[in-house]
Ligand binder design. Sequence first.
Ligand code: NAD
Ligand code: UGA
Length: 458
Amino acid sequence: MTFAMNILCIGAGYVGGPTMAMIAHKCPHCRVTVVDLNPERIAAWNSDELPIYEPGLDALVKATRGRNLFFSTEIEAGIRENDIIFVSVNTPTKSFGLGAGMAADLQYWEKTARQILEHSQSSKIVIEKSTLPVKTALAMERILNCRENGVHFDVLSNPEFLAEGTATRDLESPDRVLIGSREDARGLKARQTLVDIYAQWVPQERILTSNIWSSELSKLVANAFLAQRISSINAISALCEKADADVAEVAKAVGMDSRIGAKFLNASIGFGGSCFKKDILNLVYLCRHYGLDEVADYWESVVKINHYQQERFLRNMLDAMFNTLAGKKICLWGFAFKANTGDTRESPAIYIAHRLLEEHAEIVVSDPQALKNARLDLAGETGKISYVEDPSQAAKGCHAIALLTEWDLYRHLDFEKIYETMAQPAFLFDGRNLLDHRRCYDIGFNVYPVGKPPLTHF
Ligand code: NAD
Ligand code: UGA
């Protein structure tokens, strides 16, 4: 079968896989191939057990795979055979050399650019899907267009705004799609090609076009703003605990102001996920690079408050449980960085588990999707750790439950039964303010929410 357009995506991760599945679904005239250097990941994409858990993704992949969606490890052939190439490789924080711990590590990105150059025999549109420092497209263009052989590359920026757990919904109905390009004739033509792909299902008014640097920067800024809201409400949660105010009531009152808005004001144990921290640190690094130290300090404080919130949660546990956790069994409800994903990258649960083990507590980790990743994350820890999928079983014999991920299933458990099986006095630390605190208190728990007065029997 011949297709009107051949699209390649390099990088079959949390972004590459779902994004390309949606394009294949909405554009049956396009042949979409996703390649990755990790053969196990590709094998999983080609199996019944996809490498990531994401509601709605199984159905999407089943409907398109083998029809116009293909997963492969043949990167070089993919580059040769496709005219439009998305690059969605990982861009973690640099762990060595200049900018270590702050700047983006662009080694995977540059390797990909060189590979594209090496194996291209015709002109192509190359699209930055990964989140990158502003001006990366310039480096990409310089590498790609360094040869004078008639093969030309147009570089576009098309950052991805999906959130894990709601990826298929976000991709199907995005708030906006952003496409940045050079604004000369070639750049505008390439931009239009990508606009036409998204226009198959995204309303025109939601397809934003801009200059390429604005597009690159907007992605970092969007994540910084979202994370800043969480750090703002988390900072206020600390004050609420001192002032006997209720952070949920404060968030509601503040969020009803239409200029502020109600979303992303849930106080918590802090934000996790692979991107917020890395993207803010990247922004901070860029600001320092340009000599904007005050701006850098401002954004860096968002990450500092996030760390403070995680440590504060641990200290509240220690405080409540008579200043010692040694030998006590603590059950962790949830390990994923948020609900509806098995992803644990930068999950606050990793830090909290580590700190509990440092205090010589014994931990029982429970999560409906993330136990495999939790085992890997905690592999280097010393201390007593067990993994139990069923949350009620996991809590058996424990002195405390710490709810770390807002899985809906935790709302619907038999709390009377759970309470009876626990060591007394039983503690419940709700790091997501998910549960019915009054009810749990009435059953007998000593309940410690975030940013609300505790409900205790002492
Ligand atoms: P990921 O680690 O899940 O996937 C990246 C994939 O790229 C991996 O499978 C890796 O093997 C592959 N890869 C690396 N170098 C390669 C190469 N040279 N050739 C072929 N494959 C290669 O990462 P992700 O979560 O999908 O994130 C990708 C990018 O998208 C990052 O820049 C991230 O900041 C951004 N982003 C992520 C999310 C998210 O929710 N995870 C959302 C928006 C944007
Ligand atoms: C986030 C952004 O929401 C996406 O737009 C962006 O594309 C993505 O990062 C990225 O660039 O990787 P994601 O990290 O998947 O998406 O999930 P979010 O829903 O943003 O949650 C991030 C963290 O903040 C989670 O740990 C979540 O529990 C926490 N959070 C969120 C709160 O603590 N309070 C809130 O009110 C909202």
